[in-house]
Design a protein around this ligand. Sequence first.
Ligand code: MBD
Ligand code: FE
Length: 308
Amino acid sequence: MSANEFTVQQLLERVNTTRRAEGQGNERVRQITARIVADLFRTIDELDVNADEFWAATDWLSRLGASGQMGLITAGLGFDRLLDIRADEADRRAGRAEGTPRAIEGPLYIAGAPLSRYETRLDEGEPRGEVLVMEGRVLDEQGQPVAGALVDVWHANEQGRYSHFDPEQPPYALRRRIETDAQGRYRFRSFLPPGYAIPPGSPTAELFEALDRHGNRPAHIHFLIAAPGQRLLTTQVNLPGDTFIDDDFAFATRDGLVLTLEPGTPPQGYESLGVNAPFTRVRFDFKLQRALDEDESKPLARMARVKA
Ligand code: MBD
Ligand code: FE
């Protein structure tokens, strides 16, 4: 038998076992790559994928990578929520206390937003949209306030776009960090944000067209909450009443994270946030899990973690 003529199975075996030397490389990467290649070989075989289809797919992947939309596709195909479901399951198996439900970070976080103590405005001066003040406390597993917790908050502008990714907005627009006070309290003023839609004409939109799926997210506000000894919490809250609240393209809505709005709240006590007319108030306490090790409490977003 020739050394260079293969059946599909022989080729797969070669691809997945060829190596220069035992003990080099990364075994985890070898194992996962072998599985993914095997699964794709099988998909091509069983669905009889032709060469045009295969090269069209690689072209799409190249354009996806170049567009920076990797994090949009992972969310839209359910991978981000999958990781959350698996983390929830691991917590349950380990008998860990429940905190505020986790929700996906999404691809639009930027580190290093301006930092204030107790309170801040996300909407920097100019009144926009419907005034919102969100306020509450950061609590530990026992319900005790966590002083000095870092509340990193970000949301979309009136057009559903996020600063940094949208060149029209100033740096860190609608992104702030707040350090909780001695009673564990935070509060911020902003406006009720709209939902988000994937960029039309983009590689992500192209796939979603082909899948006959929409690319809309309901209105939401993102949080990353960190404190020494506490497990980093990545979550989002949703505004009630949104058309897409139960039909999020990123599958990120969760029970327990839908806000209750208190419209018409009188402005007394909110002067320092420039509020001088009835506004929409939201109260929300975040409950953190106790960190089991130093790694769990690192105040790092997902990409900073893997690059650290
Ligand atoms: C968003 O605003 C978002 O939060 C996610 C998860 C994906 C795309 C846009
Ligand atoms: Fe978002």
